[in-house]
Design a protein. Structure first.
Length: 288
């Protein structure tokens, strides 16, 4: 028969080590809050660790730590834009997970799509709302930032979720290595990725946002605004790829498809400019 108090001693040691680890992570969060001009806020779901709230001129960020598998800590960042609708377009519904995660990690109404980058498509699974194309999101800057975060900090893997005005990032690191300095390095790389994504959808000073050019539309397509065939200059909605007459789009100021309403379009090469553009939103009446 073993020593009856051995199990009690082992539990006490484990509890002490766990409490010491929680206190170390708490100090790391408080250090980041002081360095970034943020504040620690008690999490409504747990009493263990607080979250850090950081407010900038154009965004609000929430930093959190959660226990992961095999002694890892998942660093989570929620970045929500404070820009007005005239300054930034809404983000598409999109999820990116490592390829080994499987289909269960994405929400049921998401459909698998391609990122348009050979490296990302080989190492990640990308899903979008209703399977809409999202290749315009993954420009070289975004791809580089995703890979830097994915392969950094010893534990490979990163999860990216977009939707509405928010960007949600999750990155796992080894729990015993997580210090205030390492946490700031992870946050720096997350900020680079958030900034690269935001710039894609930020409206220029003239109210125009640039995106990728799509293929030509079928010759027998009809404009959803006037109903006539698309025989003159046309543009294509960047979100749902529905063709419109260029002057009809300019008149309406957005996509004519119910439930889409995107303000970004692509122009066919050879019609005016080869560069894809979006139009300025129509002005709003302000009642006094």
């Amino acid at each position: 028969m073993g020593f009856p108090g051995r199990d009690i001693i082992r539990r006490a040691v484990n509890a002490y080590q766990s409490a010491a680890a929680v206190e170390r992570l708490r100090r790391a969060l408080e250090s980041v809050a002081r360095a970034r001009g943020g504040e620690t806020v008690r999490d409504n779901y747990t009493d263990t660790l607080p979250r850090v709230r950081m407010v900038d001129a154009d965004r609000v960020r929430w930093l959190s730590l959660n226990r992961g598998a095999r002694g890892t800590i998942r660093v989570g960042l929620v970045s929500r834009s404070r820009l007005e609708e005239e300054e930034m377009h809404d983000l598409p519904s999109l999820e990116l997970h490592p390829a080994w995660c499987g289909r269960d990690w994405a929400v049921p109404w998401m459909r698998p799509v391609e990122a348009g980058d050979a490296v990302l498509d080989a190492r990640f699974a990308v899903y979008s709302g209703e399977g809409r194309p999202v290749a315009h999101v993954f420009n070289p800057q975004v791809c580089a930032a995703i890979l830097a975060l994915h392969y950094g900090f010893d534990v490979p893997g990163v999860d990216v979720t977009l939707g509405g005005r928010a960007i949600v990032l999750r990155k796992s690191v080894r729990g015993e290595r997580l210090t205030a300095r390492l946490l700031e390095e992870v946050l720096d790389r997350m900020d680079v990725l958030c900034g690269s994504i935001t710039e894609i959808f930020r409206v220029d000073s003239d109210g125009i946002v640039h995106i990728d050019v799509r293929d030509e539309v079928p010759a027998d397509s009809r404009c959803r605004v006037c109903g006539e065939q698309l025989e003159r200059a046309t543009v294509t909605c960047a979100a749902c790829e529905t063709p419109h007459h260029a002057d009809c789009w300019q008149y309406l100021g957005r996509c004519a498809i119910f439930g889409c309403g995107s303000h970004r379009f692509t122009r066919r090469a050879g019609e005016g400019e080869s560069e894809a553009r979006g139009v300025r939103r129509p002005g709003r009446l302000r009642l006094r």
